[in-house]
Design a protein around this ligand. Structure first.
Ligand SMILES: Nc1nc2c(ncn2[C@@H]2O[C@H](COP(=O)(O)OP(=O)(O)OP(=O)(O)O)[C@@H](O)[C@H]2O)c(=O)[nH]1
Ligand SMILES: [Mg+2]
Length: 263
């Protein structure tokens, strides 16, 4: 991940969670690099740093494989937003979110916000098949678009986009409806003990995306980033007015620098 080397201190953390193969890494590539490219199953976790206005947001890609499950709650520690991702063609991937991933958010911030994302919408929804950004604009054929005749790219995908059905433009069966996703979002709120009326509504926090075509990908991340801004401002404000910090510094006695920063 190229941007990691120019490390800045993140103001806030956003974490992607979900079963293996749902497309977490692909979504991040699409958003950050404007590309759909071949992935290898993530080992452990990795993050991108995204500048959003004057703020730095770290976006964490986690491994869906069972063997890395224990790391999940570590990645969620202090998260301001968690994105739960499932594959719209795979019912089990939604069920796994509730069974395995929801409890990882116990370490997230109390005011953490949650989004539920059904990826691979290009496989089930004609409107998600249209290429959305630079791949299309530059005339570069996206890997695995309907026009592609390069089967080796498709063969990397475990959900069957390489099937004759998807190549001929026929859609796959959608196993998870938006209503299923919204019902899961409501169960997240209940699990977190949050009041539905004062929380962000399911309609706003459930998305369907395609990392392959870019469908809804910018909309997802941008909506979330805007929602975490108040969190950043609150956190900065708390740091500035924190009496603990001031008292610690005041205890320095004759230290002039401490005194001047104290009031
Ligand atoms: N058709 C289609 N395939 C996708 C999409 N997103 C990802 N894929 C394919 O799904 C497979 C898994 O994608 P990854 O992004 O590696 O999945 P992951 O969730 O990061 O998986 P782990 O790292 O193992 O947890 C790859 O073969 C991708 O090419 C999508 O939007 N549409
Ligand atoms: Mg991955």
């Amino acid at each position: 991940m190229p941007e990691v080397s120019k490390m800045k201190k993140p103001d806030v953390k956003v974490v992607l969670l979900g079963d293996m193969n749902v497309g977490k890494t692909s979504l991040l590539h699409r958003y950050m690099e404007r590309k759909f490219k071949e992935t290898v199953s993530t080992v452990g976790g990795a993050f991108y740093m995204k500048q959003w206005g004057p703020y730095n947001i770290s976006i964490w890609d986690t491994a869906g494989r069972e063997q890395f499950h224990g790391l999940g709650s570590m990645y969620c520690r202090g998260a301001a937003a968690v994105i739960f991702i499932y594959d719209v063609t795979n019912w089990q991937s939604l069920a796994e979110l509730e069974e395995r991933f929801l409890s990882l958010t116990d370490t997230a911030n109390d005011d953490c916000i949650y989004a539920v994302v059904g990826n691979k919408a290009d496989l089930t929804d004609p409107k998600a098949q249209q290429l959305q950004d630079s791949d299309a604009a530059s005339g570069t054929r996206a890997e695995g678009t309907l026009e592609s005749t390069e089967p080796q790219v498709f063969s990397a995908c475990p959900t069957p986009p390489a099937s004759p059905a998807s190549l001929s433009g026929l859609m796959l069966h959608k196993q998870v409806s938006p209503e299923d996703a919204k019902a899961f979002y409501e169960r997240i709120l209940r699990y977190k003990g949050l009041d539905e009326k004062s929380s962000l509504p399911a309609d706003k926090m459930c998305f369907e995306t395609s990392a392959k075509t870019g469908y809804n990908v910018d909309a997802l991340f941008e909506a979330l980033f805007n929602l975490v801004l108040p969190f950043i401002l609150r956190k900065r404000n708390e740091i500035q007015v924190s009496p603990t910090v001031d008292l610690e510094e005041c205890r320095g006695g004759g230290n002039k620098r401490s005194r001047s920063s104290c009031c």
